[in-house]
Design a protein. Structure first.
Length: 370
């Protein structure tokens, strides 16, 4: 039996230690340190945006994005049923109402063709979330935003380096956000980034990140509520070192994906990730699969677990979240594709720290289960 293969291990092989040491030696450890603005500048440039605002995590970035765009009480916001809770939570906490859309069964993203039917007089914004490796089909969404004058928030937390028709993911939203959690293409341990092109929006995001201190008011006098969602210089040090290697990280993600695609192509009963669409090549943020039945998924996950191979189940749908049902949201709503993904989907070890040998071991174990 091989040693355990966790579902994710980060890759910290560049200047991480050097830059962290610099933080300690200079005493710059808080959010006032010089690595923050350098990281903001370099990351926003990388994703082809004018402004970058570093924050404590990706969910915090979404909280700020929603508030910065003045999404509030009774505003409807269209978003996928199948995603992490963060976007829906940010909207609900501001008093807004998430309006859900089912998934495309092949890309697992929000089905862009079902969005227009959800637009009402109360719709204020769309939140797109690029899921697991392929982007949302953006052109129809951008057209709807224009036609109905809707704001667009782009959750690109999993898509650093991915493109849609050659344009960077994270360059589409009025506000776009990224996460730097340890399983993302680059990590700061915990961390996130808001990016945009509008100076006023950027200033508002900066203010909300910093307890909504007023630039032209006496210090400690506040006119609205914000958060302390600041990133530390230590996190930005990690981020800069990681950003230097982002191309290597992305190539490695794709290599892991190709290796699994090749190794698992004879596997029966499981849908593997789509290699590409007419607008993107899969970046394989995680290597995900969907079983034909829930029983088959459970059996595979259990067997892999017995073999000490880490797996993660897919996201759980927003309309089936107990916390939202208790609030009376989404009652009796059904999103059959999203429901199937949530029940039958899981992903296998695909972090940047995984070795070729480990990928081969996982392939062998997956194929030997049945
Ligand atoms: C990781 C992730 C987030 C949240 O990021 P955190 O930094 O963990 O708060 C948000 N949206 C998506 C799609 C994610 O994958």
């Amino acid at each position: 039996m091989h040693k355990p293969i966790p579902v994710n291990t980060p890759l910290l092989s560049g200047n991480e230690l050097k830059y962290l040491t610099e933080c300690i030696e200079t005493g710059w450890i808080s959010s006032e340190g010089p690595f923050i603005s350098e990281f903001e500048k370099k990351f926003s440039t990388y994703v082809q945006r004018k402004y970058g605002i570093a924050v404590s995590n990706g969910s915090a970035a979404l909280d700020i994005a929603v508030k910065a765009l003045h999404i509030g009480k009774d505003d409807e916001v269209i978003m996928p049923a199948f995603t992490i809770i963060s976007p829906a939570q940010s909207v609900v906490k501001e008093g807004g109402i998430p309006v859900l859309v089912d998934s495309d069964p092949l890309t697992w993203n929000m089905d862009a063709t079902q969005v227009e039917a959800k637009i009402t007089a109360k719709t204020k914004a769309i939140i797109v979330v690029h899921i697991y490796g392929l982007p949302v089909d953006m052109d129809p969404i951008l057209a709807l935003c224009k036609k109905y004058k809707l704001k667009l928030i782009e959750d690109a937390a999993e898509m650093h380096g991915q493109t849609y028709k050659g344009k960077m993911c994270g360059s589409f939203g009025d506000i776009s956000i990224f996460s730097f959690y340890p399983n993302k293409q680059i990590t700061t341990g915990e961390g996130g980034m808001i990016v945009c092109d509008d100076e006023a929006i950027a200033e508002r995001c900066k203010k909300l990140r910093n307890l909504a201190f007023e630039p032209n008011e006496r210090r400690f006098v506040h006119h609205e509520l914000g958060w302390n969602y600041r990133m530390t210089n230590l996190q930005a040090a990690l981020g800069l070192a990681q950003l230097e290697k982002i191309d290597i990280h992305i190539n490695k993600k794709r290599e892991i994906g190709f290796r699994y695609n090749e190794g698992l192509k004879s596997l029966k009963g499981f849908q593997l990730p789509l290699k590409s669409t007419d607008y993107s090549e899969n970046i394989y943020w995680v290597y995900a699969m969907v079983a034909e039945t829930e029983d088959l998924a459970n059996e595979m996950v259990k067997k892999l677990n017995d073999h000490k191979i880490g797996t993660r189940p897919f996201f759980w749908c927003m309309h089936e979240q107990p916390v939202f049902q208790k609030m009376g949201l989404f009652l009796n709503e059904k999103y059959p594709v999203a429901e199937k993904l949530a029940r039958n989907g899981f992903y296998i070890p695909s972090g940047l720290g995984i070795t070729k040998e480990e990928v081969n071991m996982v392939i062998e174990d997956v194929l030997s289960v049945f």
